[in-house]
Design a protein around this ligand. Structure first.
Ligand code: IPD
Ligand code: CA
Ligand code: CA
Length: 266
């Protein structure tokens, strides 16, 4: 059985269409024109092309819905309560370097709450999706978070800091702190949406990261929650609406990881 709902179906159709050009671009990475957005942060013509296709497809289905996107920013429509949240390529640095670990991430929001989302990994052909109240799926199979109980046994993943971050020292010391508590070295895979998706299907047990953008994690929020995980924000140092510090776990290790990170804040 696969999850089927009108909004998910619209997103899947947009992903399928966009992924054709994305896969083509991935095969021709060396020909892509690359420009710098800032240190360590690249935007490619593939990002823009992919996003354009997604917006066009979603707009066909619901011309009145707004958008929050990485490449085109916020697009307001007359309907203020329904919005699509889009990251056309999450894991651009991997994409640019020919590392097959990136995804299209699209969330659907109603009255400021994410109702459903899809994270589509076009290379591994893995589609993670969830709708509030209807569970989370990987392709046609229902997924659940892992059952690990102790933080010390957990396989954790994190990301950042960006080169431009003013919080580098804090982020590195947080990493060291958490590293000392767990047996397995912490992973950094370079795609926030796939980090969240991997929490949802039990490949990782916990994920935290500062200074993300809403589009990195919007779809992941509902997918992790519907898989039985816990998602928490610790926006102690953030007052920009679309910026997020996130903690997403299998629920069991949440308090332990959360108190370690919060200890670092004080
Ligand atoms: C990035 C990835 C990465 C995370 C960065 C994000 P992008 O998104 O999700 O894992 O560490 O903070 O900006 O730029 O590849 O869409
Ligand atoms: Ca991203
Ligand atoms: Ca991106």
């Amino acid at each position: 059985m696969r999850l089927s709902s009108p909004h998910i179906n619209i997103i899947l159709k947009a992903c399928t269409k966009a992924s054709r050009s994305l896969i083509r671009d991935y095969g021709e990475i060396e020909n892509l024109q690359v420009s710098t957005k800032g240190p360590g942060d690249f935007v490619t013509s593939a990002d823009k092309r992919t996003e354009k296709i997604i917006i066009e497809e979603l707009q066909k289905a619901h011309p009145d819905y707004g958008f929050v996107t990485e490449e085109s920013g916020i697009i307001n429509k007359e309907n203020k309560s329904n919005r699509w949240i889009i990251d056309p390529i999450d894991g651009t640095m991997n994409f640019l370097n020919g590392i097959p670990h990136f995804a299209i991430s699209i969330g659907y929001e109603e009255d400021n709450e994410i109702k459903c989302g899809v994270i589509f990994d076009p290379i591994k052909n893995e589609t993670f999706c969830a709708e509030k109240g209807n569970g989370a799926y990987l392709n046609n199979t229902r997924i659940r978070v892992s059952k690990k109980k102790k933080l010390q046994d957990a396989l954790l993943v994190t990301g950042g800091p960006k080169n431009s971050s003013k919080l580098k020292d804090k982020i590195f010391s947080e990493f060291i702190n958490v590293s000392k508590t767990v047996f397995s070295p912490i992973r950094k895979f370079g795609s926030a949406s796939l980090d969240m998706a991997y929490i949802a299907c039990g490949r990782f047990d916990g994920y935290w990261q500062r200074e993300l953008n809403y589009w990195d994690i919007a779809a992941g929020i509902v997918i992790v929650k519907e898989a039985g995980g816990f998602v928490d924000f610790f926006n102690d140092d953030i007052d920009v609406p679309l910026k997020k510090n996130i903690l997403a776990t299998n629920s069991n290790i949440h308090d332990e990881l959360s108190s370690l990170i919060k200890k670092n804040i004080e």
